[in-house]
Design a protein around this ligand. Structure first.
Ligand SMILES: C[S@@+](CC[C@H](N)C(=O)[O-])C[C@H]1O[C@@H](n2cnc3c(N)ncnc32)[C@H](O)[C@@H]1O
Length: 286
């Protein structure tokens, strides 16, 4: 069977089994198996029986709703590839606007120190550090397993160890200010905290609710349980005029975050839309 027929045949099988897939997804799996870039998959690429068997094993996982990036263990985000596992949220392309805005604001500054609440795979803080070699950063996460993935990604992006400190702690811990004071003050805080309303989690796609960690999704009864604390800590840890960029679920949540920020005398500078034109990020200033 030539490679295009193989792709069409396996895609038909996935779609017939109710999996929302595409030829590109199958190409990602084949590229992983063949050790080539997806764009180099063409009809003259040869594939042997063993490689077809490997593909079919991976497709068994896909039939159980496992997302492609978790099957191959990596996901492209912004300009870089990130190792992912069941312990981290799969980086979403909608989060790239947060990274782009942070880099735009930080690029003119000679040296800056940033803080991320909830690093997960590290896709946000590591993309910033990889693009801007004069930036140092601190990443916080409650999940030790997630921090181990951030560490792997930091190494593969060749971020010098003295530029990044990772702390395993909850932002609700009483001693977090004390722990972070060792690295403060910060020029910028970035965060994509959990923001799904608890009662909405059951309605998410199976790829998300079964394979992203619950701790990365669950934002409590109104989806906002973490924003108050993150803003309270940012007020204490940022330099005067320091900037905060937060991702949220939609414009309604962003308006509520703006009200919470008001409580800490933090002003809204701008709202950013994602690729689907949904209000996604808020930029605030201390
Ligand atoms: C939505 S994920 C974002 C991950 C990554 N920054 C990204 O954008 O793909 C939120 C992260 O916050 C972490 N987290 C959730 N609650 C936390 C808490 N109370 N303290 C510290 N980290 C927490 C989770 O473990 C998860 O890695």
């Amino acid at each position: 069977m030539n490679i295009n027929d193989l792709i069409n045949d396996r895609l038909k099988m996935l779609l017939q089994n109710g999996i929302d897939s595409s030829a590109f997804e199958i190409k990602l799996l084949l590229a992983h198996i063949l050790g080539i870039e997806p764009k180099n998959i063409s009809p003259n690429v040869e594939i042997n029986e063993h490689q077809v068997a490997l593909l079919d094993n991976m497709l068994k996982e896909r039939l159980a709703y496992r997302p492609i990036d978790k099957i191959i263990g990596k996901k492209g985000f912004y300009k870089y590839d990130f190792v992912v596992s069941d312990d981290v949220l799969s980086p979403r392309c909608d989060t790239e606007i947060l990274v782009e805005k942070a880099i735009e604001l930080l690029a003119p500054i000679k040296s800056a120190n940033i803080l991320e609440f909830g690093v997960g795979s590290g896709c946000i803080i590591l993309s910033i550090l990889a693009d801007l070699p004069c930036i140092t950063g601190v990443g916080v996460d409650i999940s030790e397993a997630a921090l181990a993935i951030t560490d792997i990604n930091a190494e593969s992006l060749k971020i010098e160890p003295n530029r990044l400190n990772l702390l395993k702690t909850s932002w609700f811990d009483e001693d977090i200010i004390e722990k972070l004071s060792n690295y403060a003050p910060f020029d910028m805080v970035v965060s994509n905290p959990p923001y799904i309303i608890t009662s909405e989690i059951a309605k998410l796609d199976r790829e998300v609710k079964e394979f992203d960690p619950l701790i990365a999704l669950d934002g409590g009864i109104d989806g906002l349980k973490d924003y108050d604390r993150i803003l309270q800590l940012s007020q204490k840890l940022l330099k005067p005029n320091g900037v905060i960029i937060l991702e949220a679920g939609d414009g309604q949540q962003l308006r509520q975050i703006e009200q919470i920020a008001d409580k800490y005398k933090i002003k809204c500078l701008n709202i950013l839309k994602d690729l689907n034109n949904i209000d996604r990020c808020i930029i605030l200033k201390k």
